[in-house]
Design a protein around this ligand. Structure first.
Ligand code: ATP
Ligand code: MG
Length: 142
């Protein structure tokens, strides 16, 4: 599925719509260059899931989790600063991905390429202008 967004608000709507039709255990890999709008997308996505806290990019903390209803959790990861598979595995990511109660959304998700992932969504955001973005959502993994 390909969407054209011409504003931050439109990107927010796309993220909210995705959050509405998400299954438990969903894994979402966000890709796209610096400043593409990955965190912006996650922020609206999380809000729609009921997260009240302000979402800030976990670029330095690498990972944040938020409680959702019914004991579920949203994990927001940012792998920008993690280069090696060892660093990434050291975060305990495999266990988080395995737990079907978790929704996991990962910025710089292509860095998980070395892992054999279960079914996941890949969301690539390409800037096409100052406020325009092409947002492509595809299914990956098995
Ligand atoms: N159509 C749009 N969709 C999303 N963001 C947009 C759009 N137009 C402008 N922006 C702006 O682009 C910036 C995107 O920043 P954001 O932090 O979300 O990017 P990022 O992909 O997470 O970057 P990083 O790789 O540094 O984590 C924000 O300042 C946002 O307001
Ligand atoms: Mg970001």
């Amino acid at each position: 599925m390909i969407y054209q967004s011409s504003s931050q608000e439109e990107t927010a709507r796309i993220a909210q719509n995705l959050a509405k039709r998400l299954e438990a255990g969903a894994i979402i890999l966000m890709t796209g260059p610096l400043g593409a709008g990955k965190t912006t997308f996650v922020s609206s996505f999380a809000k729609e899931l009921g997260v009240k806290k302000h979402i800030i990019s976990p670029t330095f903390t690498l990972m944040r989790s938020y409680s959702l209803s019914e004991g579920k959790k949203l994990y927001h990861l940012d792998l920008y600063r993690l280069e090696s598979p060892e660093d990434i595995l050291g975060m305990g990511i495999e266990e988080i991905l395995r737990d079907k109660e978790n929704i996991v959304i990962i910025e710089w998700g292509e860095r998980l390429g070395f892992l054999k992932l279960p079914k996941a969504l890949l969301i690539n955001i390409s800037p096409t202008g100052e406020t325009s973005r092409t947002i492509e959502i595809t299914q990956v993994g098995s």
